[in-house]
Design a protein around this ligand. Structure first.
Ligand SMILES: [Zn+2]
Length: 241
């Protein structure tokens, strides 16, 4: 009996430690898309980092490219990305796969303004929903997603967040933050150059600054929600090895 007591106790202790070992996400990461910056900093200091490949796996990042020479990629316009522009689709029926299909079929035309557009088709780099992140074109090519001839198109990687019914918005925002962190690291883009579509005025449009991504704006412009998103991006960025 005496032996049993001394045998059982260490077994329980060891088993208990295995159970509580922080193999999953730390508690702060499960609070929803916006942990406080302080919580984030504590977690960065106490947790091991992640590689870009690990993040890519977590968000199920895949390529589903529009064929070079077709539709949005009819004209290849080289780009060295200096910004990352965040959008939301405002399409309540299509997930990432359906957007990808539409881009591959040339179904999304860019709006005509008197300032024109260069290729006539919308195209951007990534679409994210709550289960996949799809890449549509190389980050070394300009898209058509922000401001016609402006710097938003000429210098930025465009990411669209899905908002189809049934799609988990918090998960989509969180996965977009991870993708953004990967791209910052890969292309040396600082956090202040992670901007909402709102950042790029569209010449000839009223209002010039689009309320996009609308669910991260406060009163139709960047405020606390946008800053919360930025700190989430920064949190993931700082954990990258
Ligand atoms: Zn937008």
């Amino acid at each position: 009996m005496e032996f049993f007591r001394w045998f059982i106790l260490p077994v329980v202790l060891v088993f208990g430690c295995v159970q509580c070992r922080p193999v999953g996400p730390p508690p702060g990461r499960q609070q929803g898309p916006y942990g406080s910056a302080q919580t984030a900093v504590r977690e960065i200091n106490s947790s091991r980092g992640f590689t870009m490949a690990a993040y890519a796996k977590q968000i199920n990042l895949k390529q589903d490219m529009v064929r070079a020479g077709t539709y949005g990629r009819r004209v290849v316009r080289p780009m060295q990305p200096r910004f990352i522009t965040i959008h939301s689709t405002q399409n309540y029926t299509a997930d990432a796969s359906r957007h990808s299909l539409a881009l591959k079929r040339g179904a999304l035309r860019s709006a005509k303004t008197k300032y024109g557009n260069r290729i006539g088709f919308l195209i951007w780099h990534f679409t994210v929903d709550d289960h996949v992140a799809l890449q549509h074109m190389p980050c070394s090519e300009q898209g058509e997603h922000a401001d016609f001839h402006g710097p938003g198109n000429r210098l930025s990687i465009g990411i669209e967040m899905c908002e189809n019914r049934g799609n988990n918005r918090a998960a989509t925002i969180d996965r977009t933050a991870k993708l953004t962190a990967i791209l910052m690291k890969r292309y040396g883009i600082p956090i202040q150059n992670v901007v909402p579509h709102y950042h790029w005025p569209r010449r000839g449009k009223h209002p010039p600054n689009k309320d996009c991504p609308h669910f991260l704006m406060d009163n139709h412009r960047p405020g606390a929600k946008w800053r919360g998103f930025q700190s989430r991006v920064n949190y993931y960025y700082k954990r990258l090895e």
